[in-house]
Design a protein around this ligand. Structure first.
Ligand SMILES: [Zn+2]
Length: 253
């Protein structure tokens, strides 16, 4: 099994998974060209879509022209054109040799789903390395709950995000939790990878749990930073998450 992030558009990744027999699937093809260029003789059997934003779905039609038998999986959302199989929360998705579970993760959009299986998590614009998606259609409580569903997956899960935002996210994470040693080390490793034009992804969920401030809103160091930033305390985790997200939205690192 081989897994590759194909850079697309500005800073998107289209994830390409292939097996030894030449069967392949892609996640979130925001454009077709990188997939057509990378596919070679691969037989694309499935296209998984996490949410309706064009930079995640716009290449789908062109891929179906080349591989008309490929099956498309997508959340229930009329803004994603058919034909496709609509997935519900906790629905099992079988694709050739692979099996995934769809997980509803509203917040970035109301119908966003993630796909977990084969030790991989395709999380679109919900969980980023060292960050999380912006709240376009959901509440902080929804996004906080969605991230909590992903955070409990196995520690060695490889996290396949929709964008290469890690370096900028690291600057914010370090501003929020400067004393986090694992974060300092991981941020150094990310800078090195990016300086050599390598993807920072996929990392592991273990790293995210140790370093991503949006999965750590109850950590004492983060609460202390938030209290300094706001000049007051917070009622609960959801409020801390909301304030952290708002801080990031205005952060110029
Ligand atoms: Zn999006």
């Amino acid at each position: 099994m081989s897994l590759r992030p194909l850079p697309a558009l500005q800073d998107n990744y289209i994830w390409l998974l292939a097996d030894a027999a030449g069967r392949a699937m892609v996640v979130d093809p925001g454009e077709a060209a990188p997939v057509l260029a990378a596919a070679g003789d691969l037989d694309l059997v499935a296209i998984l879509l996490t949410h309706h934003h064009p930079d995640h779905i716009a290449g789908t039609a062109a891929l179906l022209e080349r591989w008309p038998h490929a099956q498309v999986f997508a959340p229930r959302d009329e803004r994603i054109p058919g034909p496709c199989r609509r997935v519900a929360d906790r629905e099992r998705v079988e694709i050739g040799p692979w099996a995934f579970e769809a997980i509803a993760v509203p917040g970035h959009t109301r119908s966003h789903v993630a796909y977990f299986g084969e030790g991989l998590l395709f999380c679109g614009d919900t969980l980023f390395s060292l960050g999380c998606g912006r709240l376009f259609e959901g509440s902080p409580a929804q996004m906080h709950a969605s991230l909590a569903k992903l955070a409990v997956l196995p520690a060695d899960t490889r996290v396949c995000c929709g964008h290469e935002y890690t370096e900028a996210n690291a600057r914010f994470a370090l501003a929020v939790e400067p004393g986090n040693r694992e974060l300092q080390e991981h941020a150094d490793a990310v800078r090195e990878l990016r300086a050599n034009d390598h993807p920072s992804l996929p990392g592991t969920l273990e790293i995210e749990r140790a370093c991503n401030p949006f999965l750590r809103v109850d950590a004492p160091g983060i609460r202390a930073s938030l209290e300094r930033h706001l000049g007051r305390g917070m009622r609960d985790s959801v409020e801390a998450f909301a304030e952290l997200r708002a801080w990031k939205d205005g952060f110029k690192g």
